[in-house]
Each structure stands twice: as C-alpha cells, then as structure tokens.
Write a new protein. Sequence first.
Length: 224
Amino acid sequence: MGIEGAAESVAVRWARHGVSVIDHPLVQHKLTLMRVKETPTVEFRRLLREISMLLCYEATRDLELTATTIETPLTTMQAPVLAGKKLVFASILRAGNGLLEGMLDLVPSARVAHVGLYRDPKTLTAVEYYFKAPEDMHERRVIVLDPMLATANSAVAAVDRLKERGASDLRFVCLLAAPEGIERLRSNHPDVPIVTAAVDEGLNSHGYIVPGLGDAGDRMFGTK
Ligand code: PRP
Ligand code: URA
C-alpha cells in the first residue's frame, strides 16, 4: 500500500499532542508481558526496569552535547560528551520507583527527587505524604516518573509541587497513559512533554486504565 493510503500511526497521531509513544517492538513485547494478569511480581519488576531504560533513551534524546578532546589508542580526536543541564529523576511514590532503577542504570550521576502521593480511592484526588527534592531544581532537567497516567491527578500535583520548588524544564515519563490523563496533564502543564509506551482506551468507573495492567504499585510490590 502506498504512503497516501497508509493509516496514520498511533505515534504520529499522539506526537501532535506533545506525547511520544514508544512503539519500539521490544517495548511493546515487554509491555504485553506486564499486562498479563498471571505475570508474577518478580517478572513484573524486571520488565519494568528493562522498559524504563528504553523510555529513558527517548526522554533524554535531546540532551545537549559538547566536544572534548580525547586520545584513542591510535590518535587524538574531538568526541561528544554530555553538556549543559544536569538531570533529576522525580519518582512519584510508590510505583515511580519501578522506573527509577533502570533510569539510574543509564544516568548514574542523576539526582533523585521523591514525591509521595496516593490516590484517595473515593475521590481519586492525590494526597501528598512526602516531598524531598534537590535545592537547585531550577538548574536541572526534571524527568518525572510514574508508570500510570490515569486521571492525571497525581501527575498534575507532582508537577505543581516540583514547579513550586523551582523546576522549569520537565518531562513526564510513564508506561501507560489514558487519553483523559493526557488531556488533563497537557492542559494544566502544556510545557511538559509526555513519553509513554502506550495510550490505552480510557478509564473505568474506578479510575483504572482499561485495558491497562491493574494497580502498578500492587503488582510491583506484591501488595493488595
Ligand atoms: C497509582 C499510580 C499513579 C496514580 C495514577 O498510584 O502509580 O501514581 O495511581 O493515577 P492518577 O493519574 O489517577 O492520579 P497509587 O495512588 O495507587 O499509589 P501507589 O503508587 O502507592 O500504589
Ligand atoms: N493507578 C494504577 O496503578 N493503575 C491504574 O490503572 C490507574 C491508576
């Protein structure tokens, strides 16, 4: 089929809304395994860590480089190294920690902020119970981590809080997003691009992403 007749890809459609959908086959395969309800905790955690590295690759693709002079065993050359702003990974507790480890494997020098939030199961509003972030947030790129973007109440509360602390260059990285959550996060914080492995159909009456993968925190930590 020619280009003209090809259906627009999901990634291209969402890119217009500030959302990068990582449709790489490895990400999609691992995400399917995570969705399966029989996948045990140990496997779920391992898969999330692996996917987080691939999402990190996308969330950091526009980091600035500068040239430095090095000597290889054969000659001298100008080679690229990271320059400019340093990174902070801001993990929305608890489930954000599942994305954190893989990110730190790739960027071990990054600082870490923790935003403790839980969703009130009746109102679905985010309740803060902990906040700790580096002092120099205004000098850093902040990558906010949470596997699930459902109503976006948690994401909006976390970004509000991080901006209060001085952050102005933020990205939001998740595993699954609902269209409702994307709309809410983008309308509250249009300056914050979203990186996700998939955009699902929507939310059920309890605010869960459908088809989704269930409660990410519970599946990651083996709680109920
Ligand atoms: C889950 C998830 C997000 C939030 C998403 O956390 O990890 O933080 O729900 O939902 P929202 O977009 O509607 O706010 P939860 O509150 O269950 O806490 P937990 O990570 O401690 O399990
Ligand atoms: N939080 C989760 O862990 N899963 C959902 O589907 C929605 C919010």
